[in-house]
Write a protein that binds this ligand. Structure first.
Ligand SMILES: NC(=O)c1ccc[n+]([C@@H]2O[C@H](COP(=O)([O-])OP(=O)(O)OC[C@H]3O[C@@H](n4cnc5c(N)ncnc54)[C@H](OP(=O)(O)O)[C@@H]3O)[C@@H](O)[C@H]2O)c1
Length: 269
């Protein structure tokens, strides 16, 4: 029987790539978008349901709709997310909250919405798309790192809470993938007189160069399929270039000062 997969944010980038691959492999896929009507002519191979993950009622309605149609939700992929950059001191608190609303509370609303159905079946898998940035506080991306690090920790706790119900949960932390994330990202406006202006500018230059040179999101689709089909999953997966994955290991083994020096060099600070 084909597995039923709900992917939040299936309209572009990583979510679209995962959905497209899973459909080609025979899965029943539902994607989502805040504006699905915008994508009606885009010949996506799966339907897009209207969803803003920051709205818990909307999350419940989407899960209910799929449960009614398919009788189950086998896999939830919490993919919807936004970027945010800026010096923490100058980033408006409302924008910090907004980033957490989408990247942290959004997945929580979704998990709360699907878990009653998964518990009833004593079966299910939740995949949270976190980020390599969630393993370390990156300069001028502290809020983004924090949203993803927080989601990763919640997954760790939930794995222990859910395992006796036959429900599994894992994180996939991507490195840089060439998607629309930079267009939707919030960039904190920095005044000409700001003490941070020069360094923030340097970091943004490195971030933009990395993004231009980043991997095709279609690479993630196969990885997600392998993870879905595994009997024994790990809790944490990473997807990306060798050095991006290696940076997580280096952070674990190097003294903080040495690791921070590597980051400072990398970002030309
Ligand atoms: N690209 C990377 O290098 C990278 C690296 C690490 C982690 N990630 C993570 O991967 C995930 C996908 O990002 P992407 O790179 O594919 O970016 P993207 O191309 O900008 O796609 C983001 C998706 O999230 C959806 N979305 C945004 N806010 C939403 C909200 N409030 N409610 C529901 N859906 C919302 C968007 O849908 P609509 O706009 O149609 O609603 C869109 O489908 C994110 O969680 C991101 O943090 C990306």
């Amino acid at each position: 029987m084909s597995k039923v997969v709900l992917i939040t944010g299936g309209s572009s980038g990583i979510g679209k790539a995962i959905g497209t691959h899973l459909v080609s492999r025979g899965y029943i896929v539902y994607g989502t978008s805040r504006n699905p009507e915008q994508f009606s002519g885009h010949s996506l191979p799966f339907p897009l349901l209207k969803l803003d993950v920051t709205d818990p009622e909307n999350a419940i309605a989407v899960a209910h709709e799929i449960q009614e149609k398919e009788g189950r939700i086998d896999v939830l992929i919490n993919n919807a997310g936004v970027g945010i950059t800026g010096p923490l001191e100058e980033t408006p608190t409302a924008e910090i909250r907004r980033a957490f609303d989408t990247n942290f509370y959004g997945p929580i609303h979704m998990m709360k919405a699907v878990l009653p159905y998964m518990r009833a079946h004593r079966k299910g898998l939740i995949i949270n798309i976190t980020s390599i940035a969630g393993y370390m506080g990156l300069p001028y991306r502290g809020v983004y790192s924090a949203t993803k690090g927080a989601l990763s920790l919640v997954s760790e706790s939930m794995q222990m809470e859910l395992y006796h119900m036959g429900i599994d949960i894992c994180n996939i932390a991507p490195g840089d993938f060439n998607t629309n994330i930079a267009h939707g990202r919030y960039h904190s406006p920095v005044l000409d007189t700001s003490d941070y202006k020069k360094h923030y500018g340097r970091v943004m230059k490195v971030i933009n160069e990395q993004m231009a040179d980043s991997a095709d999101p279609s690479l993630i689709g196969k990885k997600v399929e392998r993870i879905i089909e595994k009997k024994n999953r790990k809790l944490h997966y990473k997807a990306g270039a060798f050095m991006e994955k290696m940076s997580v290991k280096l952070k674990q083994v190097l003294p903080d000062k040495v690791f921070n020096k590597l980051l400072l060099n990398h970002y030309k600070l």
